[in-house]
Design a protein around this ligand. Sequence first.
Ligand SMILES: O=C(O)C(=O)CO
Length: 325
Amino acid sequence: MSVSRAFKVLISHPQVPAPALQLLCSRGAETIICKSVPPSRDEILEKVGGVDAILWAHYQPLNAVILDAAGPQLRAVSTMSSGIDFADVEEFKRRKIPLGHTPGVVKNSVADLAIGLMIAAGRHFHAGRTDIETSQWVTEHIDWRMGVEIRDSVIGFFGFGGISQAIAKRLQCWDVAKILYTTRNRKENDVDYKAEHVPFERLLQESDFLVVAAPLTSETREKFNSKAFAQMKGSAVFVNVARGGLVNQADLHEALSSGKLFAAGLDVTTPEPLPADSPILKLPNCVVLPHLGTQTMKTTIEMSLLAANNIINAIEDKPMLSPAY
Ligand SMILES: O=C(O)C(=O)CO
């Protein structure tokens, strides 16, 4: 079924995959595509006036300034992301503008990457590479670069949404000792993953691998700070695939450099991009990636299609497939 009249959609980034643009066009959309990479706020503000919908394909602030510039006819916005900490959700609610996002389709690629970080951090990928580059390859030492294994480990999740569940699903055949998670409320489907809902303190104290995969909110900001790291095992591996803001990075640096924490794997940092001289990059026991969680073509196409379908539904006065509020 096609919508009854043509509608205009601002595409905030020129590299949004073609299938999403084709889908929108097949449903009567005129797409107005921004050309700048990285996206230019000036270009967005110049082109957004009068559009019916916006496909927001990056992490810049999505706030009243954009909504004002778009105008009162705006009927739908969807991000191409799971996290929406860059969007002023209260402003969308106040204006009753539907806002969509794409959590359901990011989980698999982020889960793969999280397991990669658990292993990369637990098994010294970063330090091992540096050892080769600095001719410190000393295999004759039996205790050289001893790592920790996922097998027989307690895996803890802070947040137990789609990403954590996708990781837990993958780990079912890794012979883990136990899966724990902390969320505000117990998840009914935790039995599917043999996962136990525990208070935050227990999660900290018992996890051998602690994976952060929760939204950044005022409640979760810097939840992982010196007080939290002090309660974790000295042999623990800390992994963050959510947002850098959940972690006090200076406190994490201190915990890693003082040996209070064994290792960390980070796909997200504060700030992003991380400056090349950031102290966290100098730590041998910290693997840092430049926010690559969803960087596969398969997932990027799925995200763009879900964002396009969110917009089409809202324009057709139907609920978005994946509403953010
Ligand atoms: O989709 C998101 O919000 C991500 O940050 C994926 O890494």
